[in-house]
Design a protein around this ligand. Structure first.
Ligand SMILES: [Zn+2]
Length: 282
């Protein structure tokens, strides 16, 4: 994907240089101190850090921030471009439909993270939390996607996953997510899972819509990378790898085939009205 030199979003919170769970200890003040640590680094950071520990009565912030490698920095910039793309495309689509798009934040982390939806670790995979309207991702997930789930990998696989999560943000803004949760109430687990599949496939569709409006920046093979990622994260593929058996009633994201189908439909049409997964996947 062509991304160098393009606009980068300011809405990325890069927490990769921080130690996981400890970030939670002190909210705002500690957040600012961590920022200072990152800006000034090394010695100065230590002094600020320990002064704070005294002030806060021994709450620790002992683990030093791990510096980001050149590749980490580059990945961060790539993520910023993909997020900026999503901002531009969704702002325009919302505007055309008489609505206002509100940019979500994207948090890059390593290990574990605290969110309005509770604590999470890298093992949860990338996710969107409606409570704070933030996308959370540990980029280590994409190594796993390749090594454990046999995806091709590549930058466009990451772009697809980011855009899928932004798709959940779009659903939150449109009220689709809330409506789905209301519909799930009192339903059997199998019925509730079907609704969840429809929501997930619609997010894949929205990722496809994003790709549609980004066609000029695509390289040969990009769509295959996205489809390979979509294929690898299908419930049947994941369940098959994990337990050797596939139980359709417990699907919450859809099969590999469904995920590829809806991504492609979004990519071809670029028309949000065609993301009719709730009507079709019942
Ligand atoms: Zn999802």
């Amino acid at each position: 994907m062509k991304w160098l030199g393009r606009r980068q979003s300011d809405n990325v919170e890069d927490r990769r240089g921080m130690s996981g769970g400890k970030v939670a200890v002190g909210g705002g003040v500690i957040g600012i101190i961590i920022l200072l640590l990152n800006v000034f680094g090394g010695e100065t950071g230590q002094v600020v850090g320990s002064a704070l520990e005294n002030m806060q009565g021994g709450q620790t912030q002992t683990e030093a921030a791990a510096p980001l490698s050149k590749e980490d920095e580059e990945m961060g910039n790539f993520v910023r471009v993909i997020l900026a793309d999503n901002e531009d495309i969704w702002s325009k689509i919302f505007q055309e439909n008489g609505m206002t798009y509100k940019n979500p934040k994207l948090v890059l982390f390593r290990g574990s993270v605290n969110t309005a939806c509770g604590g999470a670790s890298s093992a949860s995979g990338p996710f969107y939390c409606p409570g704070d309207q933030k996308v959370y991702m540990d980029l280590g997930f994409f190594e796993e996607l390749k090594s454990k789930f046999g995806a091709k990998g590549g930058d466009f696989a990451i772009a697809y996953v980011i855009s899928h999560e932004i798709g959940h943000h779009v659903q939150t803004l449109l009220g689709t997510s809330e409506k789905m949760r209301e519909q799930q109430e009192g339903k059997s687990e199998a019925e509730a899972n079907k609704l969840s599949v429809a929501l997930e496939l619609q997010a894949d569709f929205y990722a496809g819509v994003w790709a549609h409006f980004n066609e000029k920046n695509l390289d040969t093979g990009d769509i295959e990378e996205a489809l390979s990622a979509a294929n690898a994260v299908g419930d049947d593929a994941i369940q098959g790898k994990m337990s050797g058996q596939v139980v359709p009633d417990s699907f919450t994201h859809g099969t590999s085939e469904q995920r590829m189908y809806w991504f492609k439909k979004g990519f071809k049409s670029g028309d949000i009205k065609q993301g009719t997964t709730f009507e079709e996947i019942q």
